[in-house]
Design a protein around this ligand. Structure first.
Ligand code: PXL
Length: 277
């Protein structure tokens, strides 16, 4: 049988376990072919390391896309993560126009902010650019910081209820995407993800433990597992459960090891992830 194929477009942070060094192994382990377009090479991610290097690869993106078109390549899923500039957002928008088909899915993780703040290096106009890319997606999965930045709303911290979550999801879909998934949603002593499918006017949610920790790269772990599950044809209930459970497992595997502050031990959870597919 033909193998499913995803292309994921994000940076390579050489050390630190995020973006491509997370997405490629997780998607591959799920049995899906994973093509990549690296948007930049950094010595580490930008969360907690000082003096990281940054080599921009924007000039390569269109050339890679042109070559793939001349080879007649196509993908079951297109998944973008961390993008380094508004120019890269524009290139992704063109990439979507070129590679969208009636049956493939476009997934945008607007990875740019957390805990009420943009990541280092992004200007205040970046969220509006990311919102315009989200408009073209089938699925987007911001955290609360990214969602409120894209909507121009105040970040509520942990002060919100499920009515607020549902209203945010509806507003995200009003940007233009079909389904919005809000990650890191806290409800009492639980944490999970809530989705709104605007085509069928349906909400989905899945909650697990709320661990007393927050780790770099968990957004990328979650998005990669969710995108993999959706590409394999899992329905939203199952895909959310797979992605939330895997993310929580990775955090538990890392909890208590202070030498591993920069990311999660996603490798040690892969066997369990794959066994439930
Ligand atoms: O995990 C998101 C991410 C991706 N790429 C780079 C980052 C971050 C988060 O900080 O710095 C370079």
């Amino acid at each position: 049988m033909e193998q499913k194929k995803i292309v994921t477009i994000q940076d390579i942070s050489c050390f630190g376990k995020c973006s491509l060094t997370v997405a490629l192994p997780i998607i591959s382990a799920m049995g899906i072919g994973c093509a990549i377009i690296p948007t930049a090479v950094l010595s580490t991610h930008t969360g907690g390391f000082k003096g990281y290097t940054f080599k921009d690869l924007t000039d390569e993106i269109q050339k890679i896309s042109d070559h793939w078109q001349s080879e007649g390549l196509s993908f079951d899923g297109i998944y973008t993560g961390y993008l380094g500039s508004k120019e890269q957002i524009r290139l992704m928008s063109d990439f979507f126009d070129r590679y969208k088909t009636d049956s493939n899915i476009i997934f945008v993780d607007p990875a740019m902010a957390d805990n009420g703040k943009l990541y280092p290096g992004f200007g205040d106009d970046f969220p509006a650019g990311m919102a315009s890319l989200c408009a073209k997606a089938d699925y987007i999965d911001p955290n609360m910081t990214e969602a409120t930045l894209m909507l121009g709303e105040e970040y509520p911290g942990d002060n919100y209820d499920m009515d607020y979550v549902r209203s945010i999801l509806k507003k995200l879909c009003a940007l233009g995407c079909k389904t919005a998934i809000l990650t890191g949603v806290k409800q009492g002593d639980r944490q999970g993800a809530v989705a709104y499918d605007s085509v069928n006017d349906k909400y989905y949610e899945y909650f697990s433990e709320n661990l007393p920790m927050s780790c770099h790269g968990t957004g990328d772990v979650f998005s990669s597992a969710l995108m993999g599950a959706l590409t394999l044809g899992k329905d939203m209930n199952e895909a959310l459960a797979i992605a939330v459970d895997y993310t929580v497992d990775c955090m538990k595997l890392t909890y208590g090891d202070e030498t591993h502050w920069y990311g999660v031990k996603f490798e040690q959870g892969i066997k369990k992830l794959v066994n439930r597919l």
